[in-house]
Design a protein around this ligand. Sequence first.
Ligand code: F6R
Length: 634
Amino acid sequence: MKTLESQQRERLPVHVHATADEACVELAREIAALIRLRAAAGKMAVLGLATGSTPVRLYRELVRLHREEGLSFKNVTTFNLDEYYGLTREHPESYWCFMHEQLFNHIDLPAPQINLPNGTVPRAEVFAACQAYEEKITALGGLDLQILGIGRTGHIGFNEPGSGRDSRTRLVTLDALTRRDAARDFLGEPNVPRYAITMGVGTILAARKIVLLAWGEAKARVVAQAVEGAPVESLPASFLQGHPDVRFLIDEAAAAELTRYKHPWLVGPVEWTPALTRRAVTWLSREVTRPVLKLLDEHYSEHGMADLLTEQGPAYDLNIRTFNEIQHTITGWPGGKPGADDTHRPERAEPRSKRVVVLAPEPSDDVLGMGGTLTRLVEQGHEVTVVYLTSGSLAVPDEEAQIVSDLVRDLASSEPAANPEPHGGNDENASAHSRRLKALLRRAEARAALRNAGIPAGSERFLDLPFYEQGRYRQFRPTLFDSVALAGVLRELRPHLLFATGVGQDPSSVGAVCFSILTTALSQLDAEAWSRDCRVWLYRTPDKAWGAHEIDMAVPLSPAQLSAKIHSIYQHKSQRSQTPMLGASLHEAWQQADATARGLAVTYDALGLAEYEAIEAFQRWHATPAIASASPKI
Ligand code: F6R
């Protein structure tokens, strides 16, 4: 394959698709072709499969091909990469269960042709069981195709950092970050198994073809390291570089840290759009640690931007233009400044008082992402409604619900205790009563946070969207019921400004699912006059900060406003000890919110703009036809 100049730093082939769905359709078609080719020759197709959020869309597409296009799996044998050690097959978080729910139960794959490591073999027999797993793969002629996801540690299968290139199927200890990432599924890190059985790196590399999938911005860094860095044990996915038929199939969000996306001017000629120019100038300022207005011609030419200088220079013109652009993003008036000339302001001056809707995928996203701006909007006379899209009940640990349950029981001491069921990781089986209690707890906390932020009582709505109530983490399936419910509220509230989050997140996350529901709802409302006048602003939860070049509106916070925001975050007490929210505890979440808001102020300062205590940032969102038409099905 010919490598473009812009891909020269990439040590293995990377195919970037606009969306995960698009990529999965391509791969499913390839798998179908392989299966049919083998069937025509009277042979088995041997597939290596992965679990986790990443392949869920691929499995849905394979099921669709089976149901709608007659793809048969009768000549397929599957081997899964891994299984948690200590979980029975019946445990709802076992990979056995996952694979059956996501794929095997919906296709005609004969049960004897399904293979997963057994998580319940006694310790003394693990070694022999692992060897038998390897031998079975070899006896069937080896893996034709291995599907992989990638963990944030750089693991493939459960080959954590430190795994050797030649490692084989074995019992491993899970990395702390991996256990933390799994905490949502198990409702708390303590419930996550410590060990797993995994195919080794060597086992994976023995497959004839390997496709690694990755979606969402959280994977961007590790993908770039695996693709552009040297192969090292500290990042096992980098060993894939040595394979003769491997490719990474990723979405744009996961590609964001590849040099050709992040710093394209370093790897070839580029078209200098205004957005790219701003990105390059802010990058250059950071690189040479000089404020934008002090950049010189030679800084540009020495950093791969000589053509930019020729096109748009000299440096001082470029500097001034970029400086002004960034300067214009700063406003203390997120809802527009009444009576002011708004030519260069992020938001319109009129109408003076706007209807503002803030969409929070889960309670707490609102204050985490834009707590300070929320307060400003109210203080500046706008009519603010916060719409909580999901109940957030899945993120409440049992022990927190137990406290409330005890309290309620003591209050109405005649009633029997409403105990949440202890479940050791299985929220699906938690009683409806427990889920309800958890949802109410989060409502109370959300109200407390709004009170603290100075938002008048009654400004909140709780939608409890059905996809969340009926789903589980990683496995949500939005339907038209969700978008119709959201469209109904928006139609009623007719906002001038809509704040939303979730763009670029892992498509199976609550945030991304909520955003896809929003785009569907907006397309349903397209014809209504108010909706054409409605501006959508994106905010981010603090685990992922905007870069200075991505920001369209920067709202400064005073020291007092920042501490009020942190105090609002602290009202979400049910999140204190656990990791479901952002993969962090409440303590870590507020620290992150604090650091992100302060960090952005430091960035603006370093670019040569005013020095603030903290900044909350927003990006204007414009619907693209591709996104607007991506409607979920009932
Ligand atoms: C799963 C597996 C893991 C995952 C990885 C990414 O069988 O082997 O390597 O692929 O942890 O997980 P998700 O897809 O949940 O982000």
